[in-house]
Design a protein around this ligand. Structure first.
Ligand code: ZN
Length: 81
């Protein structure tokens, strides 16, 4: 089974939103759902970059979990303030 996450990022610089598809490696400690993804080093190691302005500073707003290309979960993240 292949698992992937579509992560939506809001650019802090130009205020545009963009999506990034993450495919964790097939490893024992790879995240298997959105909760695990959020706590994972895998996510922290990801480098997001805005396609419009190339700013690396972004805020994750939404995450979708895909299994075998089927959408199985959606999470909207509250911005921490
Ligand atoms: Zn931007």
């Amino acid at each position: 089974m292949s698992i992937a996450f579509k992560v939506y990022v809001h650019c802090a610089n130009c205020q545009k939103n963009y999506g990034s598809l993450l495919e964790p490696p097939d490893a024992e400690d790879s995240p298997q759902d959105i909760d695990e993804l959020l706590e994972s080093n895998f996510l922290r190691e990801q480098k997001f970059m805005c396609r419009e302005c190339e700013s690396p500073i972004g805020i994750i707003t939404d995450i979708k979990e895909l299994r075998n290309d089927q959408l199985v979960a959606v999470r909207r993240l509250e911005p921490c303030s």
